[in-house]
Write a protein that binds this ligand. Structure first.
Ligand code: AMP
Length: 125
């Protein structure tokens, strides 16, 4: 079920629990701004999720409310994860689903990193 992007942040969402270490994940990266882990249902040879450490429901919530230092830090972190995964040479795709039409399922902003193969179509479904 897609989320309501205007709902208040749910401290019990699955990614909040992963951030607090209450649920396991296959972690790939962490810094002051971001935490990254492998998607549990990968849709490409590399499928990693990068989430901000702050409590932001969605891309909309983050870009409207986060201080510029957090936005800049998070953007840099996403780039750092792609380099650590050695995707900067072959290339990769980033995706953010937002709200109902975007079919966002988890109410904590996450950037999908897809890599490890050639992508052709703009929309992956
Ligand atoms: P979205 O549709 O953009 O909200 O994507 C949510 C993503 O979270 C999906 O690709 C799921 O496979 C992934 N996901 C859900 N639960 C977990 C989990 N516990 N660990 C890792 N990935 C998860």
């Amino acid at each position: 079920m897609p989320i309501d992007p205007r709902a208040p942040y749910d401290e019990d969402n699955i990614f909040a629990k992963i951030l607090r270490g209450e649920l396991p994940c296959n972690k790939v990266y962490e810094d002051d701004f971001a935490f990254a882990f492998h998607d549990i249902r990968p849709q490409a040879p590399v499928h990693v999720l990068v989430i901000p450490k702050g409590p932001y429901v969605s891309w909309d919530d983050f870009t409207a409310k986060a201080p510029e230092s957090e936005i800049a830090g998070f953007m840099r972190s996403v780039g750092e994860v792609t380099r650590q995964l050695e995707l900067d040479g072959p290339g990769y795709r980033l995706l953010v689903n937002m709200g109902g039409h975007g079919h966002q399922e988890v109410p904590h902003l996450h950037v999908h990193i897809f890599g490890g193969r050639q992508f052709y179509h703009m929309i992956p479904d």
